[in-house]
Design a protein. Structure first.
Length: 296
């Protein structure tokens, strides 16, 4: 199963195919049709609901007392990314944390010993200790379209004489869970997209006429909500990803400039509350006092 670039990574032009009797349609036309409908749905989701967790996707430790086998897990759930795409995780996802940290540290040391010209430098993992006591690791969910299955097709492009041409017959809207060691300076968690200089009423307060005007001005200004600037990504990271959690791991910096940090996996804290949440309309209705229809 291979991954591919998605047409919704950048906001597509809302252009529909014009169907006319007798006109021949090609691959580009059908792709444009899919892109239009996917793009309109994505636009509606981001403008009406925003980005963040819809349900599940709890980041947790499995609590293994053998720290060499301790897993970080993400439970099944659903999120909407910053491009408006639905990320659906149907099963528990896990990774052995010590293996991941060891691979990072080994790769960094190998690069110091055997640098390769032109290769992007691996940041010093010691720089992920921002408070002097903990390694900082963030968890992100990223939308990934994957090809599935093969079917015979006409040869194309530079291989028109091929007799064994194949192409994928399905695209799966899949995902990737990514751990990011925060070696960048001053790593931030997602900002509240509606927080603007205290102009919004406090949570739970009544909406009065003056407050309503403030809210309307906020929407007219188009400076909050979906228009807010994301701040939670490391440099070069996929800026459509959904931030899920921040993990702090007890650690001590290496004693020399070429030594990685030493980590203590008995000292782990996981912050799932710094992510963005999307509250279903049915829940908001219930909080406003509307019944679910099952009350007697």
């Amino acid at each position: 199963m291979a991954t591919m670039k998605d047409s919704l990574t950048a906001l597509p032009v809302p252009e529909r195919v014009s169907y006319i009797t007798g006109r021949m349609l090609g691959v580009d036309d059908f792709q444009a049709d899919q892109t239009y409908h996917r793009g309109r749905l994505a636009r509606a989701l981001t403008q009406l609901f925003g980005t963040g967790t819809v349900s599940g996707l709890l980041v947790q430790s499995d609590g293994n007392t053998n720290v060499k086998q301790l897993e970080i897990q993400v439970t099944p759930g659903v999120a909407i990314d910053r491009a408006g795409r639905i990320i659906e995780v149907p099963r528990l996802i896990c990774i052995v944390l010590d293996n991941w940290l060891t691979q990072l540290a080994t790769a960094w040391q190998n690069q110091l010993l055997h640098p390769i010209p032109g290769q992007t430098a691996i940041p010093d993992p010691n720089s992920a200790i921002h408070d002097g006591a903990n390694l900082m690791v963030d968890v992100f969910a990223t939308f990934v379209p994957c090809t599935r299955g093969l079917t015979p097709c006409f040869a194309a492009e530079d291989d028109y004489d091929a007799t064994d041409a194949f192409s994928a017959n399905r695209l799966l809207d899949s995902f990737a869970m990514q751990l990011a060691l925060r070696t960048d300076t001053n790593p931030l968690t997602p900002a509240d997209p509606w927080k603007t200089s205290g102009s919004l009423p406090a949570g739970g307060s009544n909406i009065t006429a003056p407050t309503l005007t403030t809210l309307q001005d906020l929407l007219l200004g188009a400076t909050a909500g979906p228009a807010s600037t994301p701040v939670e990504y490391p440099p070069g990271f996929d800026a459509t990803s959904v931030f899920l959690a921040r993990i702090l791991i007890g650690a001590t910096k290496g004693s020399t400039s070429n030594q990685p940090p030493t980590w203590d996996l008995t000292k782990i804290s996981i912050d799932n509350r710094s992510r963005l949440f999307l509250y279903p309309p049915s829940l908001l209705g219930r909080l406003c006092g509307l019944g679910a229809g099952t009350e007697t």
